[in-house]
Every structure is written in structure tokens, then in C-alpha cells.
Design a protein around this ligand. Structure first.
Ligand code: MTE
Length: 304
């Protein structure tokens, strides 16, 4: 049984986290749009020449790109704050270089990577993807990174590795909300092996032709664009290959509302709000939500 105090604190957490429908109201608090933002250039790149990367033209959008200033100032990063505008300031506490990424569990070649070394070997590219949060806001952004599959190839998963578990850092000295032990930090998420191997699944280290800002999950995060945004764990330190479906952060906190699969589906409402439409974060425009966020061609076969 959950002790009553923990239960009420969790309720408060969930309400303040905006996973209550309140997140739908946030548009009017956005900063002015950054219409004059300059395109990224090599001088923005502190990584020795990785950015901007070549765009993979296979991934196209049906809508304009979201303004960079909106995508980097309206964030969910609950380790830092429940307010969408706060991570852009508070996440500057993070030290993202050097960074290690441990890939472990059911694989022939487990390894703890120095991120800089790993990035030199990976096939870097930019992809334009839609991104849909379970709170019914959306954006369209240019991510830079590499297919998750390429990293899996390096560690050689065993045939028993049916799922992946992603874990974010645990650093209460950086992240104020991690100083509370009421919540199951660090943030943890999961995918099936087939989902991880899908061509859309990407490990991302940059956005808008530059390294990821801390508030967007620097230095490395997951992007799975056919799923609600909470599946795309930020600032990952560990990927574990496991047999059974691993527990996940939001499902552990409130199982009736956030399931493991979490595929974008306009005809399945959240228990407390509709998922039929979404609000674009920079313009406030409402548009119909697409099944699998418009990626049915690539992923419907996984759920046949
Ligand atoms: N990862 C961590 N570690 N902590 C979080 O709070 N929030 C998730 C996801 N990944 C979250 C996270 C949610 S709910 C969303 S919608 C996206 O990150 C937001 O990503 P963005 O801020 O880059 O738009």
C-alpha cells in the first residue's frame, strides 16, 4: 500500500507536472517567436565539426518547423521543475562534458562509452520529425543524431534481449526535484527490441544544427516520434538490454493513464482529455492528431 502522505504528494506532483490537462493551457506564456534566428553555422559547434550534419531528405514534414526559441524554452524536464519555462534556466547546472553512456545487460559486448568517442564513429545525420506530447501539444524539429540500431549493432544483443531500458542521470546536486525521494528517480523508460530497431528510433545529440541545449536533454536523448513524448528519455546515462518488459517512470506513478506502448493515437483519449487534436507550441494552431503521429508507414507493422 502507498502511505497516504506519499499518495497525496504524488497527486500534487502529477498535478503540478501538468499531466492533468493543465498543460493544454500554456500557449499564451510562450516567449516572442524567434523569427530572425540565424541558421546554425560551424561556429556554433563546440564538438569539433559534427554540426550542422547532412540532412536525410527521406524524412519530410507536412507542417512548418517550430521556431527554435519555442522548442528550447517550453520543456518538460521534471528533474528540474514542473514549470515549462524553468528547465531552460535551471538545467544550465548540468555538466554534460565529459559524459559516459553505459550499454549493458543481455549483450555480447557490453561497454561504457565516452560519448565524444562514440559520436566520432556514428553515422550522423539531421532528420525533420514531428513530436507529440501526451499533453496534446506538438512541435516539428530538426534533430541530429544516429539510429539507435547502430549502437545496438556494436554491443551485439543476445537473442534473449527483448526489451531496452533507458535511464537518465541521478544528480540531486544538479536537479532540485531529485532531492525528494517521493518519486522513483532517476527517470526510466523502455522500448521493445523491435521498436528500438525500427529505422525511426534515434539517439539524438543535437537540434537546429547545434548540440542539444541542456533543457532538451543534453548530451544524448532518445527520440521515438510515433510515441508520446514521455517515451523519449532525456540525458541518458544507461541503456540496459533485458528480457522482460521493464517498468517505466510514468506507468509506475500512474498506471491507468500512461501505458508502456504509448503510441500516438487520436482515437484513444487520455482518461482525462481528448487526443483527437493537438496545439502547435509556437503558433497556437490546432490540428488533427495523426495515428502513430503520421508514421504508420514505418511502424504500423510492429503492432499488426
Ligand atoms: N526525460 C527526462 N529525463 N525527464 C523528463 O521529465 N519528460 C518527457 C521527455 N523526456 C522528461 C524526459 C516528456 S513528458 C516530454 S513531452 C519530452 O521529454 C519533452 O522534450 P522537450 O523538452 O525536448 O520538448
Amino acid at each position: 500500500m502507498t502511505p497516504e502522505r506519499v499518495y497525496w504528494n504524488r497527486r500534487e506532483f502529477l498535478q503540478r507536472a501538468g499531466f492533468t490537462g493543465l498543460g493544454l493551457l500554456g500557449a499564451s506564456r510562450l516567449p516572442a517567436q524567434d523569427k530572425d534566428a540565424k541558421p546554425a553555422s560551424k561556429k556554433d559547434d563546440t564538438t569539433g565539426g559534427l554540426y550542422p550534419a547532412r540532412r536525410n531528405e527521406k524524412f519530410t514534414l507536412d507542417r512548418p518547423l517550430t521556431d527554435e526559441s519555442a522548442a528550447t524554452s517550453y520543456n518538460n524536464f521534471y528533474e528540474f521543475s514542473f514549470e515549462k519555462s524553468a528547465p531552460a534556466r535551471l538545467a544550465q547546472q548540468m555538466v554534460v562534458k565529459p559524459w559516459t553512456l553505459e550499454v549493458t545487460g543481455l549483450c555480447a559486448k557490453p561497454k561504457t562509452y565516452d560519448l565524444e568517442d562514440l559520436l566520432k564513429r556514428m553515422p550522423f545525420e539531421e532528420r525533420l520529425y514531428r513530436f507529440r506530447c501526451v499533453e496534446a501539444w506538438s512541435m516539428a524539429v530538426p534533430w541530429t543524431g544516429f539510429p539507435l540500431s547502430k549502437l545496438l549493432d556494436e554491443v551485439e544483443p543476445l537473442s534473449t534481449a527483448r526489451h531496452l531500458r533507458f535511464v537518465t542521470f541521478l544528480k540531486p546536486e544538479w536537479a532540485p526535484n531529485q532531492r525528494s525521494d517521493e518519486y522513483p528517480w532517476p527517470y526510466f523508460e523502455g522500448l521493445t527490441m523491435a521498436e528500438a530497431r525500427n529505422e525511426l528510433s534515434m539517439l539524438v545529440t543535437g537540434v537546429y544544427g547545434k548540440p542539444l541545449p541542456n533543457q532538451n536533454g543534453a548530451p544524448i536523448r532518445l527520440i521515438v516520434p510515433w510515441k508520446y513524448g514521455f517515451k523519449s528519455a532525456k540525458s541518458i546515462v544507461k541503456i540496459e538490454l533485458v528480457e522482460k518488459q521493464p517498468p517505466t517512470f510514468w506507468n509506475t506513478l500512474i498506471p491507468g493513464e500512461y501505458d508502456f506502448t504509448a503510441n500516438v493515437n487520436p482515437s484513444v483519449p487520455h482518461p482525462r482529455w481528448s487526443q483527437a487534436t493537438e496545439r502547435t507550441i509556437d503558433t497556437g494552431e490546432r490540428r488533427p492528431t495523426l495515428l502513430y503521429n503520421g508514421y504508420a508507414e514505418q511502424v504500423a507493422k510492429l503492432y499488426g
